[in-house]
Design a protein around this ligand. Structure first.
Ligand SMILES: *[C@@H]1O[C@H](CO)[C@@H](O)[C@H](O)[C@H]1NC(C)=O
Ligand SMILES: *[C@@H]1O[C@H](CO)[C@@H](O)[C@H](O)[C@H]1NC(C)=O
Length: 340
């Protein structure tokens, strides 16, 4: 009898602790991410979604502790979204325009690097000053393509002129429709490079700041921050060529399958998702380098990817994507960079 009571008591106490902890984490989450809900019902629903995500994240991290995963997850701004909502709202940004939209205006080049190029074991363009700080947060707008294009051009512009200038994603969103881009409804990096060439430049972010919504074109030729003369596509599905390009050219724009909960809540380590598709592409970002994670039991190659979901997401805004792992997530499907 005593024993039974004792157990019930313990159970109740630990359940209460768990609930209190969840409530504390929920309150912290709402404060940090400035969340406001329309009414109490909506908030109750969001809390349930949050606790589901929390349980999934805890489970994953316990598995990572015992060596089952090479990366961890964490609560971030997407923790009150179901996975379906995340995919619908955040992964609608990569749309290849029909060829007629921009290819007829295009001076397409392809890079076919020689196979005997010696490349370093590790590259990080951030250390050379070629990468702007992560402050971008695309918000709930399918504009990843615009940040990918500006990121790649910021790198090439720096390597040519020695000046690192943050460029305007909003300029691309508002003004490059003629090239097949659709603002918050998606777009394409190569089409952006074509627009910038035809437009004779793109404005600086300072002069044409990000608004996370579609607007009228307000391009101002007086505040151009950089320009390009076209673009180069990398050979498809070839990770060797991709690595040579990162090492010898600079930051490269790519697109991947990001449609997994593991990507939604990625925190740190080498992202390795066996479910990742190498054909279904839904998100884009730039690769700013590559390296290898090593300890006494693990050796894993990775690419350093700069995302556009703010610096609270992932590893200060970055994710380490698996490298030399059969083109995981389609990382080498559509690499390109602008010519300057
Ligand atoms: C090596 O790193 C992995 C994470 O990828 C970790 O799970 C493992 O415990 C580490 N091993 C040692 C010996 O530190
Ligand atoms: C991949 O690219 C490298 C470097 O250009 C080249 O040597 C190799 O033949 C390519 N592989 C395939 C399968 O095309």
């Amino acid at each position: 009898m005593h024993l039974l009571l004792f157990f019930i008591c313990i159970l109740t106490v630990s359940q209460a602790t768990n609930d209190n902890q969840q409530t504390a984490l929920w309150n912290l989450f709402k404060r940090v991410h400035k969340k406001q809900y329309a009414n109490i019902l909506e908030e109750q629903y969001r809390f349930v979604v949050f606790t589901d995500n929390l349980a999934m994240i805890d489970r994953h991290n316990h598995e990572a502790d015992i060596g089952l995963h090479s990366y961890t997850l964490k609560i971030n701004q997407f923790a009150d979204m179901t996975h379906e909502e995340f995919v619908r709202k955040m992964l609608n940004g990569v749309k290849m325009p029909s060829k007629t939209d921009y290819m007829k205006k295009s001076n397409k080049n392809s890079l076919h690097p020689p196979s005997d190029v010696d490349i370093p074991a590790a590259v990080d363009w951030r250390k050379k000053g070629a990468v702007t700080k992560v402050i971008e947060n695309q918000g709930q707008c399918g504009s990843c393509w615009a940040f990918t294009a500006t990121g790649a051009l910021e790198g090439q512009h720096f390597l040519k002129t020695g000046k690192l200038v943050r460029l305007s994603a909003q300029n691309l969103m508002d003004c490059s429709g003629e090239f097949g881009n659709q603002g918050c409804n998606g777009g394409w990096m190569d089409a952006s490079f074509q627009y910038i060439k035809a437009n004779k430049g793109i404005d600086t972010e300072a002069s044409y700041p990000y608004e996370a919504k579609d607007g009228n074109c307000r391009f101002n030729p007086k505040t151009v921050g950089a320009t390009d003369t076209g673009f180069v596509d990398l050979p498809k599905e070839n990770e060797t060529a991709l690595q040579i390009a990162i090492a010898t050219v600079g930051p490269i724009s790519v697109a991947v399958d990001a449609s997994h909960s593991s990507f939604q809540f990625y925190s740190s380590g080498v992202y390795d998702e066996p479910q990742c598709s190498s054909t279904n592409i839904d998100h884009s970002f730039i690769l700013v380098g590559y390296d290898t994670f090593k300890n006494s039991t693990v050796k894993k190659d990775y690419y350093i990817a700069k995302n556009s979901w703010g610096d609270a997401w992932g590893d200060k805004g970055y994710i380490w994507m698996s490298r030399n792992k059969h083109n995981q997530c389609g990382i080498a499907n559509i690499g390109s960079y602008p010519l300057v």
